[in-house]
Design a protein. Structure first.
Ligand code: S3P
Length: 427
């Protein structure tokens, strides 16, 4: 298994314009183009494994795709029954949103993914979809992929979700667009809202009132999407932590979505003492801008609210917590257990290997800040775990193995990291 040796970083001052494009928005852009009348244009699409799988799937569903390497143009001819099995790779967003999109389409569809995705829970989408008439099944009574869908008529619904999940919400919004009446979806806490913003921008009749989204069924097709995908705050955050833990360092992260449901981890890092400023540069579908992060001594904090707003950044935030003075606590984050890995277990094991005292809870952990020590950490096939411990290596040196997963979200990660330190790969 390939591994990387990372050396400690000297102080740095950088501006990064090539942070990977936003994964959530990239997935949605190609899926939503299937609902449009005319040509959608997507600039700065994330060319990583997860999102390229979604693009391949829309081709298999009959879309005409032109890609000049810069702009992707998509013309949909309605959803066609595919010849192929639809492979979502490692992506929970891919498989769960396609379930919503395909449940009412004419034909038979089989969705699957890699060995990690095939062990993640799908009942959270298959149960509400079945309750409105979807014909969807999979291993363990529809909880595990491969999933098979036979498109069916869907009934209007009022659904109160118990989990704050943008994947479940988006799946049900997509289903609602083809239901037989007005639908209402309520979540316990606001999760990321790209689906609502993008579909509204395309002309869908969708209203958001607090935690409830009301969706009217489509009368016809939507306007095509014309979007430049901003940089991904979840990817940018690795370099934010790098600057926040390296004395006399700072980084400007350019063109990142500043959607409030996505930048909570930066706010948490600010609460820990980091010096962070935001500059708005654009506002179409989403606020977009630059984030400037400067080193300052960090102290421990508790993170327990709006967890879905920073769920993907918690592994990297835990590296900052490990170097901070005092204790940090993460609570209400049980969802971490069903991400690309069990991220409570992988964070706790990795930090302990680096000599940090950590208490594990069912829904989080307590980290006692200290000094990170060089260790050998395995990613368990999880991109965010791999990148988080590589960033920890900027303090103390690190060997991280099982790296291929980084290509699911951030293929140019090492190219950018090389500006900060020396790295050496081993087979
Ligand atoms: C995502 C939503 C989140 C997040 C995932 C991407 C999305 O998952 O963890 O990386 O694009 O909707 P949940 O909605 O399941 O929390």
């Amino acid at each position: 298994m390939r591994s990387v040796l990372v050396s400690p970083a000297a102080p740095f001052s950088l501006s990064i314009s090539k942070i990977a494009s936003d994964k959530s928005i990239s997935h949605r852009s190609v899926m939503f183009a299937m609902l449009a009348d005319g040509e959608s244009e997507i600039e700065n699409f994330l060319r990583a494994e997860d999102t390229m799988n979604s693009l391949e799937i829309v081709k298999n569903l009959g879309a005409e795709v032109q890609d000049d390497g810069d702009v992707i143009k998509i013309v949909s001819h309605g959803i066609k029954e595919p010849f192929e099995i639809l492979d979502c790779g490692n992506s929970g967003t891919g498989i769960r949103l396609f379930c919503g999109l395909l449940s009412s389409a004419e034909g038979h569809f089989v969705l699957t993914g890699d060995k990690y995705l095939r062990r993640r829970p799908m009942k959270r989408v298959t149960a509400p979809l079945r309750s409105i008439g979807a014909k969807i099944d999979g291993r363990e009574d529809g909880n595990l992929a491969p999933l098979s869908i036979r498109g069916a008529s869907l009934k209007a619904f009022t659904y109160e979700s118990k989990i704050a999940s943008a994947q479940v919400k988006s799946c049900m919004i997509l289903a609602a667009l083809n239901a037989d009446g007005v639908c209402r979806y309520t979540e316990p806490e606001l999760s990321r809202d790209h689906t609502e913003r993008m579909l509204q921008g395309m002309g869908a009749e969708l209203e958001v009132d607090g935690l409830t989204t009301t969706i009217k069924p489509l009368q016809g097709l939507l306007s095509p999407l014309k979007i430049r995908v901003p940089a991904d705050p979840s990817s940018a955050f690795f370099f934010a932590v790098a600057a926040a833990i390296t004395p006399e360092s700072d980084v400007i992260l350019e063109g990142v979505t500043l959607n409030p449901t996505r930048i909570e981890a930066f706010k948490a890092l600010e609460r820990m003492g980091a010096d962070i400023t935001y500059e708005l540069t654009d506002n179409k579908y989403e606020p977009v801008g630059n984030i400037h992060v400067k080193y300052a001594p960090l102290h421990g904090i508790t993170v327990e609210d709006n967890i879905s707003w920073l769920i993907d950044e918690l592994p990297a935030l835990s590296i900052a917590m490990a170097t901070a003075s005092g204790e940090s606590v993460v609570k209400n984050a049980k969802e971490l257990r069903v991400k690309e890995s069990d991220r409570i277990a992988t964070v706790v094991t990795g930090l302990r290997a680096c000599g940090i005292e950590v208490d594990e809870y069912e829904d989080g952990y307590k980290i006692t800040g200290g000094t990170l020590h060089k260790a050998k950490v395995e990613s368990d096939g999880d991109h965010r775990i791999a990148m988080s411990f590589i960033i920890a290596g900027l303090q103390c040196g690190m060997e991280v193995s099982d790296l291929d997963c980084i290509n699911t979200s951030f293929p140019n990660f090492f190219e950018l990291l090389q500006q900060l330190t020396q790295i050496e790969f081993r087979d």
